[in-house]
Design a binder for this molecule. Structure first.
Ligand code: PMT
Length: 323
């Protein structure tokens, strides 16, 4: 029962672990340019109003974080996530009238690119006899819809994409995003689909150069990455609507773990999914109960009904954030 302690604020141990994590993290490159882009994006969107009231902004996190083992990194520990969930969800949020800050792992799935083959540049285009480039008929529709969907979202100012690779970059950027989104009040949402490392090597105790195999078997102690969910809820973005994910490979423990996350981290909703069935079904866990959400058929995606349901829950929350 200890895991479900009713924390109303971040406790001293977590605060200490969070502080140590950020104090020892390598400085975020481009922090200034990221902050500038965020301020501009959020202020621009905060001034937009539609038929449903002020424009809503969601931060979608996507892909897995890495844990470097060396400062001049040759080896790292990775967390599984293709980024499909985050990229697809981004499209459905945009379709529902949200603006999206897409915090994604470099090299993972991107919004509007689901129908493209693995190597779009080489598989979708051909050189003609006069050396110009042409789209192959077989991929023309997919290329057109990827380019137009992406272009409309980015040039319209509705989609801001920020990449990360390591756990250090991910958490530092997430903190910048969350604190910048504070001004949006309950119109802000966090949709935390990224697979975040639970263990890491603190920067100051990390080998600088490539670890030598000639030294024999590798003994390494990993520190625990502090769970940032409660910090996000209580300090960084206290009025935002927060949705976290729970991934397990053992379905027997999935719902119990999701319930614990909902209570322990004060999430507004937790999306529970099992690795092998994650594309067919997810379970939305909230204070009011559990709802299984299925994709409608083989051609559709589970993110379509999931985002619809979350948008409804967010609307209810906006009407009365303290309910
Ligand atoms: O990308 P796909 O291939 O489409 O797969 C999608 C997915 C399975 C990765 C996605 O649906 C999913 O479940 N993402 C969350 C995976 C995860 O990290 O689960 P977790 O049970 O380890 O963590 C639960 C939550 O705690 C997450 O929302 C995470 O953001 C958060 N967390 C985790 C570790 C940590 N140190 N701090 C955190 O805040």
């Amino acid at each position: 029962m200890d895991a479900v302690k009713n924390l109303d604020a971040v406790d001293a141990t977590t605060s200490f672990q969070v502080k140590s994590f950020f104090d020892s993290a390598p400085l975020l490159k481009d922090a200034e340019s990221i902050s500038r882009k965020l301020t501009q994006f959020i202020h621009q969107n905060a001034s937009l109003t539609g038929s449903e009231g002020p424009r809503r902004v969601v931060c979608v996190t996507s892909g897995g974080t890495t844990v470097p083992l060396e400062q001049r990194c040759v080896r790292y520990i990775d967390n599984f996530s293709s980024g499909h969930r985050g990229a697809t969800s981004t499209e459905y949020f945009l379709k529902s009238g949200y603006s999206v800050i897409f915090l994604y792992r470099r090299g993972t799935w991107q919004p509007y690119c689901r129908s493209l083959p693995d190597d779009p540049l080489l598989e979708c285009f051909k050189l003609t006899s006069d050396s110009s480039i042409q789209v192959l008929e077989s991929h023309a529709e997919a290329v057109k819809s990827a380019i137009s969907g992406h272009h409309d979202a980015v040039s319209g100012g509705y989609l801001l994409k920020l990449p990360f690779t390591t756990i250090f970059e991910y958490l530092q950027i997430l903190r910048l995003i969350a604190t910048s989104m504070k001004i949006l009040g309950p119109n802000a949402m966090f949709y935390l689909a990224a697979a975040v490392s639970d263990f890491y090597v603190p920067w100051e105790s990390m080998a600088v150069h490539k670890i030598q195999s000639a030294s024999g078997p590798l003994d390494m102690r990993l520190a625990q990455v502090p769970k940032m969910l409660l910090v996000l809820r209580k300090e960084w973005a206290p009025t935002a609507f927060c949705v976290s994910f729970k991934l397990e490979t053992d379905k027997e423990i999935l719902l119990e773990k999701a319930d614990t996350a909902l209570k322990k981290y004060k999430m507004h909703a937790v999306v529970a999914n099992e690795l092998s069935t994650r594309k067919e079904v997810v379970i939305l866990v909230t204070e009011s109960g559990k709802v299984s959400v299925y994709r409608e058929n083989d051609l559709s995606v589970v993110e379509s009904p999931l985002i619809k349901l979350l948008v409804e829950k967010h609307s209810t929350y906006i009407m009365d954030p303290n309910a």
